[in-house]
Design a protein around this ligand. Structure first.
Ligand code: GDP
Ligand code: IMO
Ligand code: MG
Length: 427
């Protein structure tokens, strides 16, 4: 089986971009299968940092074909901005393909996201305001525009006319916002169409052909299991399935074709936006973690909420995704603490459990049950072998392996592509 999956095992921003870029140097194809430009995936190569939102993180490996599959919501303006920026920096993006079945994320989706969040006040979700929820809502309401609609210009214009009337009504009458002008939007999309047509492909065909030919295909998840529409802390979630199952749906791939499923786990926890966070540290420890880990959103620049590692959350990711391997990132950020607590269960109304409750009211009552680990003081950012790490750091990693019953494949100790201790090679 030549399908590899990389997914986030917490609340996003675990370092998926780094892991995909690292593996990307060995693969034939990298496929984004869900989400949109709510993602911010950071790749650092030879000191140069690149943040990717819609383009797969394999883009810096010019040999791999980069595919944006049907499950993704594509804001074409953001896509071309990202491509232009990369090309201005010397990369080439002629290896990008976009599924004809992907949904177009339209300007009215972005406006509706902003208006809905503003109207919700303190009930807001804390979205990235990039239109993700409204676009997926239209997809499932069957009024979305798809990439293939661009190929038939009359169809596109007709569909846009009908849907824009509805959206303008919603924007103005419910939210008191500014409507969009149809003619301006048509002329903007005419330019988009010309640029996008050569990139449009039948992704069902090219991805499955590659797998059938035993090419190595890497599926890159955005967000993470705790933001999953079904299994995350609903409604404080995103609007797609960032899981291995999401690959099957979003990239039209049979589960039979998926081999390794790699979960990326940050050595502590972060979350952006609202919603429960049992191990959150709203104190000096939290500030230290945030500053040492540079925990500011790659997409919105918001300070990330920070806390200790929550293993029931990771265990949920192991189950939902069927993780075969775990990649630990940012272990270096824990250097210097005397003790490092790890949450191994929850106390909810005096009852202990190690599963995540569906009810947010219940989850809000959860008190973390911590196991404390001895910290280390040595700089670990230059370690390249697991045995180079201080014994305390090794113990910390080994406990994660033991608790989750899942092999650790690598431990990342700095943001660079090569900044890892590889425990076993993945490809
Ligand atoms: P993603 O959304 O899962 O791809 O993760 P982000 O890119 O949003 O956030 C991860 C951040 O951590 C980025 O700034 C990375 O450059 C950085 N990072 C990744 N691995 C390491 C590591 O091992 N150590 C440190 N200090 N930073 C890392
Ligand atoms: P990557 O791929 C962290 C969060 C938002 C908000 C919730 C819903 O970089 O890990 P949305 O805009 O999707 O409707 O927002 O999900 N969120 C992320 N948090 N990393 C991400 O992506 C995220 N994408 C969305 O902050 O809480
Ligand atoms: Mg991110």
């Amino acid at each position: 089986m030549s399908g590899y999956v990389v997914v986030g095992a917490q609340w996003g921003d675990e370092g998926k971009g780094k892991v995909v870029d690292l593996l990307g140097t060995h693969v034939n194809m990298v496929v984004r299968f869900q989400g949109g430009n709510n993602a911010g995936h950071t790749v650092v190569v030879n000191g140069k940092k690149t943040v990717l939102h819609l383009l797969p993180s394999g883009i810096l490996n010019h040999d791999a074909l980069c595919v944006i599959a049907a499950g993704v919501v594509v804001n074409p303006f953001v896509l071309f901005e990202e491509i232009d920026k990369l090309e201005a920096e010397g990369s080439h993006c002629d290896n990008v393909r976009i599924s004809d079945r992907a949904q177009l994320l339209m300007p009215y989706h972005v406006r509706l996201d902003e208006l809905k969040e503003a109207k919700a006040g303190d009930q807001k979700i804390g979205t990235t305001k990039n239109g993700i929820g409204p676009c997926y809502a239209d997809k499932y309401s069957r009024v979305g525009l798809r990439v293939c609609d661009l190929a038939d210009w009359d169809v596109f214009c007709d569909k846009l006319k009908t849907v824009l009337e509805l959206k303008n009504e919603e924007i103005t009458k419910i939210y008191g916002g500014e409507p969009f002008d149809y003619d301006t939007m048509v002329s903007d999309f005419k330019k988009i169409r010309e640029r996008m047509l050569p990139m449009i492909c039948d992704a069902v065909d090219i991805v499955n052909k590659a797998l059938d030919e035993n090419q190595i295909v890497l599926f890159e998840g955005a967000q993470a299991n705790m933001l999953d529409i079904n299994y995350g802390t609903y409604p404080y979630v995103t609007s797609s399935s960032p899981t291995a199952a999401g690959v099957c749906e979003g990239a039209a791939v049979s589960p039979k074709k998926l081999g390794r499923i790699i979960g990326v786990v940050k050595a502590y926890s972060t979350r952006v936006g609202e919603g429960p966070f049992v191990t959150e540290q709203l104190n000096a420890t939290g500030s230290t973690l945030r500053e040492t880990g540079a925990e500011y959103g790659a997409t919105t620049g918001r300070p990330r909420r920070v806390g200790w590692l929550d293993l029931p959350v990771v265990k949920q990711a192991v189950r939902i995704n069927g993780l075969t391997d775990i990649a630990i990132t940012k272990l270096d950020v824990l250097t210097g603490f005397d003790t490092i607590p790890v949450c191994i269960g929850y106390d909810i109304d005096g009852k202990q459990q190690d599963t995540v409750p569906a009810s947010l009211k219940q989850y809000a009552k959860a008190k973390p049950i911590y196991k404390e680990f001895k910290g280390w003081k040595q700089d670990i950012t230059k370690c390249t072998k697991f045995s180079d790490l201080p014994q305390e750091a090794q113990d910390y990693v080994k406990f994660i392996e033991e608790y989750t019953g899942t092999e650790i494949c690598l431990v990342s100790v700095n943001p660079e592509r090569e900044g890892n201790c590889i425990l076993h090679p993945l490809i």
